[in-house]
Write a protein that binds this ligand. Sequence first.
Ligand code: FAD
Length: 499
Amino acid sequence: MTISKNKIKIFNTDVLIVGGGTSGLYLADRLKKINKNIILIEKGGAIASVKKNKSNHKTLPQHDGFKKNTSIGLGGNSTLWGGQLVEFDKEDFNVKSYPGISYSEIKKYYQLVYKRFNINYIKQKDFLKKIKQKKIKIKNLVNFYTHWLNEPNFKNFFINNIKNNDYKIWLNTEIFKLNFKNKICNFVLVKSKGKIKKIYPKVVIFCCGTFNNNQLLLNQKKNSPWEKNQNLGKFFQDHIGLFIGKIKILDKQKFYNIFLNGFISNSKYQPKIKSRYVINNFNYGISGEIKTKSENFYLNFNNSLRKFYLNKNLINLINLIKVLFNKKYIWFFTKKFFYFLLHKKLLFSNNKELFFYIQCEQRINSKSKIFLSPKNKKKVDLKWSLNGDEFLVIKKFVNDVSNHYEKEDIFKINTKDFYNLDYQNFIKKLRDTNHSSGGLIISKDKKNGVVDKNLKIWDTKNLYITGPSVFPKTSHANITLTSLAFTERLANHLTKKIY
Ligand SMILES: Cc1cc2nc3c(=O)[nH]c(=O)nc-3n(C[C@H](O)[C@H](O)[C@H](O)COP(=O)(O)OP(=O)(O)OC[C@H]3O[C@@H](n4cnc5c(N)ncnc54)[C@H](O)[C@@H]3O)c2cc1C
């Protein structure tokens, strides 16, 4: 493509953020506070919508998240997620997995993230006290509580930045070329609504989500500082999601006390159980929860109740009344409503349809990768691959959990179908959990990954990546709180180093 020089408009900026989703909007908010000039470019429009990927790979396990759950547009995947926040554990941070990054450092950033979202963070031991629970008394099982954001959609949460034009947002804009001089990206050409613009940035940060960050770096590989990096796209990970079996409640009161979701200090929490197992020198995180295969009208009711509880205005009251007076479920909803008023807890929709569901960490392996599709060299494809030990981890966890709760007379898991699974059927049955990570992982040197401990791409001086695409290890459950903690840390690094 030849471009007439006269037609190109030129811009200078301190910071160029590529991607206006979860990480991009968070980072822009942090950097605007130091009054720097920011341009944020977003591939999609003001209203995010799901773009399906075609995968030519028929290999197992299947990754539905890759095929169906990439939201393009302002807000990105925060327009799809539930906003459930979970911390990684101390065991996840070691010299091999996160070289140069300590658990105590990330823990500090978790606190800053909670603060920015006005989450009244409650330590696990205080949590147990507040909801009058005891710590599980078997060594490797831990009960824990996840916090949920009241406003998960980041476009809504950061709406004031957007409305006040705190930084420039260019929608429907994509990178066309990155130009390098002495390892510095000295200018970027972008295509914006059919026009080419030239940007001279001091720093560039890619925040395009796991698949699109990988796609961008693979597309821009030729003549780039990462041209020879063999790790691009490798070490893709997700959590393994699996329904183990139906739950039979043995003691309703004890079961409700432990497992009902509830509200403390105006934020929603969810009780879960976690554990760790070391197999072949890898410390696997795994967690479990009680899950209903809820139908939409139950979810609608829960959401309306939550909205009204958090924001008691007329509109939310009318919406709640509308769902409450559903002819078929009026008695159940009324019971649920009064139980909530009394206990600040949400009853399950159907006690006979409760399942034990697990999320298990996978160990990174180079066969699990994102790569340019042979059929369309501009797009990526995914081959999700497991190392195999995960099946053993899940068996151990299911065994520990079911033994413990059955002995305590609280609930029983129907594990028959699960124990009958062989590896082939396990691979067919499991699903991803929409926690797509890796491909551009943090490493101690450029032989082992794509970015350094400060998330700077190896062999570049001003190009950074943030989001779960940089994760070499993903702990026992949801990844985005840790991704935001790393983004907060990156903002801190940029503030100190670049300005
Ligand atoms: C259904 C679902 C439920 C989930 N639930 C949870 C949960 O409860 N807890 C949790 O921790 N995680 C959850 N996740 C995962 C979470 O949503 C992601 O980890 C997180 O949103 C990733 O943030 P990101 O900034 O990396 O990407 P995104 O939020 O996807 O942002 C990427 C942005 O970049 C834009 N973009 C893409 N390519 C380009 C380009 N070339 N140029 C410019 N812009 C571009 C996109 O349009 C998008 O706006 C869930 C995910 C899904 C799909």
